[in-house]
Design a protein around this ligand. Structure first.
Ligand SMILES: [Zn+2]
Length: 422
């Protein structure tokens, strides 16, 4: 079958993207309460199965060991050798503080060109845009010469162990390339920072508060560690899109009474990481800073969390391909937004890290809405952004087979993986 060229300014599939339909799909998804915690993704399963089944996808439900469901769908034959484009989106959303909202968070109210609701930006709007992209291709009579696979997963917001990581562990993720439709303001994100968190226990010697020099204050020692770590420079090689690693001393707790020298104090730190830094690397960097600045302080560093950074190293043909598929901003927006060219990095993590780091699948993050609109009260996504994103997905889906055939002599992915599995 023919495929539309994504390289034409106005792709043949653009006209088949329907604003009303993508907005309705996004609203239908927002209305399903999938808050995590506790992890209510199962409520979305029937909606997703209906949505994807109705456009001709084979669907199945994968349930993690923890009983959390992800919906897997494939449009295409799954025949060996067919290019496979994966769209990975999470269906869980973060909790809400309902008192802060001006509309009920799961009512999906449309006001002033915005769809308002928990998950509208992060990332049910993105999922709706990707599905609309496939529907537009089919309506245009351009059934893609590639398999289009959707993994609509659980548990991204609390680490992904029951979602994308579980799918990877089960050997169910095979694709030539992947788009994760998290909110990026319609930019193509190719890198993201990771996070390493720890508690630092600081030990002192209690004594009478009237003679502070006679004991050893853990609060005073924790203050020295805080000063050393907070805003510390960990190395001199900033990442071109992610900048330098940072450390935020986020919490402090210590002491027992106003008239007692503090015998113990505890810090909670969050060290943001760059691609290539392991948990051991980061731990060593923290110990180095403390040892250099306050070697006499009695303390213990207890790592509590690690989510690694990831990137699709540039230049990469798939990043260029998705960027080329983006409709350029209209004159309506061009005058009031910053130059809209070039790739971006994200200061937060997404499930893209599992696909990039564990499977080597070329993965970009691209979607409608911005991260500033996510997680807060009155979360929203612009209906116009949904439409622009859907056009990008339509072009990417229509053009993916040609892209794979042409790019890098057909080798998009270092290890080309296709198969019947969803
Ligand atoms: Zn998200």
């Amino acid at each position: 079958m023919t495929t539309a060229s994504p390289h034409t300014p106005e792709s043949a599939v653009d006209a088949f993207v329907r604003v009303d339909r993508v907005a309705r799909t996004a609203a239908d998804l927002v209305r399903v309460d999938t808050r995590n915690p506790p992890g209510r993704e199962s409520a979305a399963v029937p909606v997703l199965l209906d949505l994807l089944g109705a456009i001709g996808c084979d669907t199945e439900v994968f349930t993690s060991g923890g009983g959390r469901p992800s919906v897997l769908a494939r449009y295409g034959t799954g025949a060996p050798g067919r290019p496979t484009l994966l769209i990975n989106g999470h269906v869980d959303v973060v909790p809400v503080v309902e008192a802060d909202w001006t509309t009920p968070p799961f009512d999906a109210v449309v006001r002033g060109g915005r769809l308002i609701g928990r998950g509208a930006a992060d990332m049910k709007g993105g999922i709706a845009a990707a599905v609309e992209g496939l529907r537009a291709c089919l309506d245009a009579g351009l059934a893609p010469d590639a398999d289009i696979v959707f993994h609509l997963v659980a548990d991204e917001e609390t680490g992904g162990a029951h979602g994308t990581a579980a799918l990877v562990d089960a050997g169910l993720v095979r694709a030539d390339a992947c788009i994760v439709p998290e909110p990026t303001g319609l930019r193509v994100a190719v890198a993201e920072r990771g996070s390493w968190q720890a508690r630092i226990e600081v030990f002192g010697t209690a004594g009478h508060g009237g003679e502070p020099a006679l004991g050893r204050s853990a609060v005073a020692d924790a203050a020295r560690i805080t000063t050393a770590l907070h805003l510390a420079r960990f190395h001199d090689r900033p990442h071109p899109l992610l900048g330098s690693p940072t450390c935020n001393v986020a919490m402090v707790r210590g002491g027992v009474a106003a008239n007692v020298i503090a015998p113990a104090c505890e810090l909670t730190i969050d060290r943001r990481t760059l691609p290539g830094e392991s948990a051991d690397d980061v731990y060593a960097s923290i110990v180095r800073v403390i040892e250099a600045s306050c070697p006499d302080v009695d303390h213990r560093v207890l790592p509590t969390f690690f989510c690694e950074a990831s990137e699709l190293p540039l230049p990469h043909p798939f990043a260029d391909f998705v960027d080329t598929c983006r409709p350029r901003p209209s004159t309506r927006t061009r005058s009031r937004v910053a130059p809209d060219e070039g790739f971006i990095g994200l200061s937060l993590g997404s499930d893209a890290r599992f696909l990039r780091n564990r499977l080597g699948i070329p993965t970009v993050v691209y979607g409608p809405g911005s991260i500033e609109q996510a997680h807060g009260a009155d979360e929203w996504v612009g209906i116009g952004d949904l439409t622009l994103a859907a056009r990008t997905f339509a072009r990417a889906i229509a053009g993916f087979a040609d892209f794979v055939a042409q790019a890098d002599n057909g080798r998009v992915s270092p290890s080309r993986q296709t198969g019947r599995q969803l």
